[in-house]
Design a protein around this ligand. Sequence first.
Ligand code: UDP
Length: 335
Amino acid sequence: MKTKVLVTGGAGFIGSHTCCILLEAGYEVVVIDNFSNSSPNVVEKIKEITGKDVVLYEGNVCDKSLLKTIFEKEKIDVVIHFAAFKAVGESVRLPLKYYRNNLDSTITLLEVMEEENCKRLVFSSSATVYGSPKTLPIKEDFPLSTTNPYGTTKLMIEQILKDLKIADDDWSIAILRYFNPIGAHPSGLIGENPNDIPNNLMPYIVKVANKELEILSIFGDDYNTKDGTGVRDYIHVVDLAKGHEKAIEKVLKEKKLDCYNLGTGEGYSVLELVETFQKVNEVDVPYKIVQRRAGDIASCYADPSYALKELGFKAEKGIEEMCRDAYNFVKKSKN
Ligand code: UDP
């Protein structure tokens, strides 16, 4: 029998790429998604890419009776929990929306998993839980803190998971702390395409290149970095998806709770990313320098060695491929 994975938020940016990787690796995939920030069309694209079927439940992870139905019908072996609100700025304006949704959905999911005796989980966390790190690169045992409600929901859930593991040693949990996922599937069929004005750098660059937005604002060029602009650890979303496959293998094999950085270990500045994007795609991305964005830090990049040692995970795709695939997806979806 194939191992069956429930993927919450499986139609989202990282979720959809992970579904492809899992299907290609021979797992059965069940998706629950309410399409609050995605569309059913993505599930069709996953099937097109892989030639495999996906069982889809449209609904909210906060809906306990729906989760019960899924677990009873599908006999789930392991869960990857992506579904969450993720816009930092919105979380500052609407904190209750974020605490209600992100915490409620996770607690409901964990209750049902416990009741159904399915105690293997891969959780989507974020490098945002490191707050403003004192030194770089960031290791998993660095102190944790947050600067916005979105980040706090991730940190609170990490704590809930740790408490759960203390209470019941049967749980097997991998907490994945993502750095900055960008890029898209090389097929150009799935990728990141926010409906609203993007908050994140790469979706904004793509829309400027595509002439949907006029000009990119670079938030500050007076940081203590190589060229004054912010430095981040960008990771190709397909590499990130492969990290989830490794994490699934880990939770199936070992009953422990552990946290892993998923990044490349390389830092690129905003200007470097913009310049690489222009070069590989032969397109203009007009930009202007504006004030720093509140809450931003100068630099953030991972020490990826623990994920390599423990999961056998190493990101392989470089910044040029990330830029090419990100633009390819948007050009393709426009046609
Ligand atoms: N950034 C920028 N202009 C934008 C969006 C982001 O200059 O329109 C910068 C931001 O200040 C940071 C980097 O790009 O240095 C990555 O920001 P993003 O929001 O993509 O991710 P974060 O690291 O903040 O989660």
